[in-house]
Design a protein around this ligand. Structure first.
Ligand code: NI
Length: 137
């Protein structure tokens, strides 16, 4: 367990009131935990902006009936195989597939992979969920 350091924060009454309302809605038990999470979120955003080694998950939903699309999506993933830790394919419905691709590597390369998958014709929805290797948190 890491040693905790206390420090004071000064902020406007209105801002604090709004923050307290916000964290209450998010089920935080105290301000410290909420502020810790905000700091972590900011640091993770910075890791991505600076192109550091990061982790994340790409989710794509696409048309099952476009057979050539499945091949293209697989080819792209093979081109970026060094980034991909895991892949799960779910037959979402008769017409649609959902794939989650767990990735770890340089942020810029992960963004390239996510953009390439997203821009394929027949991909109906795609999102990149950014995460972290947590080495610096
Ligand atoms: Ni499927």
């Amino acid at each position: 367990m890491q040693v905790l350091t206390r420090f004071g924060i000064s902020l406007e009454k209105k801002l604090l009131k709004n923050f307290d309302r916000h964290i209450q809605g998010k089920n935080y038990h105290n301000r410290s935990e909420a502020i810790r999470d905000l700091i972590r979120k900011e640091l993770v955003n910075q890791e991505w902006a600076e192109g550091k080694e990061v982790a994340g998950a790409i989710t794509i939903v696409y048309d099952h009936h476009k057979r050539e699309l499945m091949g293209r999506l697989t080819d792209i993933q093979h081109d970026f195989n060094q980034l991909i830790i895991a892949n799960q394919h779910v037959h979402l419905s008769h017409d649609n597939c959902l794939e989650t691709i767990v990735v770890k590597g340089k942020a810029g390369e992960i963004n390239k992979l996510a953009d390439k998958l997203k821009s394929q014709k027949g991909v109906k929805y795609s999102t990149l969920s950014i995460a972290t290797t947590a080495r610096t948190l």
